[in-house]
Design a protein around this ligand. Structure first.
Ligand SMILES: [Zn+2]
Length: 269
């Protein structure tokens, strides 16, 4: 099992082997904030126990976006912690209501194809907890002795990504990913991705002047890493414009793109 790594006093990240997912924890004097919940009933139960190793303060939860690997552990945290508030962007609440079941089916099937039957069974039996508090642009949480800003910096990985700003540590969800040896993977780009807007959204993330950025997958990074990711996304968005305008073929675009071919194809298609 992974351990919490302290990024600043009372500000923790925890990186898992499963999907290389990274979650966060910020501890105030009266409450703690759990950032993302892992992807199933069992995974949520494990995370609840891990939070209790650090603090027994009442928790508040925030979902960075609606994808199952970040949001589906919420019901287990709620069961473990009592009726704690679950914060999310309004669009995250709507996306969970519309797409959680198809997300569940897609990944249950995928886990079964890959022979991961325990993961598939766990995901199939996972209840979905809807966000209980929503916002559209930003909101400030008072944890006692410290505040955390929840901000929607614009569309990118989805249309409802939320970052959590805890002093000079920013939890960025899947707006930033840190794959081994690189940044984005083919999983970073889906039908709900807004590639053209994503670079500007990362500028808004960098405007918070983070010392550490905790990605949705992988180890924490610095602002320079995020600036390089923004440049790569800008290049991809320009290539996508060329493909859509018919001035560039998809294979030529993939050949000149700054990410591995599978990731480029996912981004450009
Ligand atoms: Zn995601």
């Amino acid at each position: 099992m992974p351990d919490w790594s302290e990024q600043a006093p009372g500000v923790y990240a925890r990186r898992y082997a499963e999907l290389d997912l990274t979650v966060g924890l910020v501890v105030g004097s009266e409450r703690c904030l759990v950032i993302d919940t892992r992807g199933s009933r069992g995974q949520g139960e494990e995370l609840a126990a891990a939070v209790r190793e650090v603090t027994h303060l009442p928790p508040v939860i925030v979902l960075t976006h609606a994808h199952f690997d970040h949001a589906f552990g919420a019901a287990s945290l709620k069961a473990a912690f009592g009726d704690c508030p679950i914060w999310a962007h309004t669009g995250c609440r709507d996306a969970l209501a519309e797409r959680a079941e198809s997300d569940r089916r897609e990944w249950t099937d995928r886990y079964r194809r890959e022979g991961e039957h325990a993961l598939a069974d766990d995901l199939a039996a996972t209840p979905i907890a809807a966000p209980t508090r929503t916002f559209d642009r930003a909101t400030r949480l008072d944890l006692g002795g410290r505040t955390v800003d929840l901000v929607h910096p614009g569309p990118g990985h989805t249309d409802h990504d939320v970052i959590a700003v805890a002093g000079n540590v920013v939890f960025a969800g899947d707006l930033v990913e840190h794959a081994p040896g690189g940044s984005f993977t083919e999983e970073s780009f889906g039908p709900d991705t807004h590639l053209a807007a994503w670079p500007t959204t990362l500028e808004h993330v960098l405007a918070h002047r983070p010392r550490v950025v905790v990605p949705g997958h992988g180890d924490p990074v610095d602002a320079a890493f995020v600036a390089r990711a923004r440049a790569d996304l800008r290049t991809l968005a320009d290539l996508q414009s060329g493909v859509r305008a018919g001035t560039l073929t998809l294979s030529a675009a993939v050949d000149s793109a700054p990410l591995p071919p599978e990731a480029c194809r996912a981004a450009l298609s």
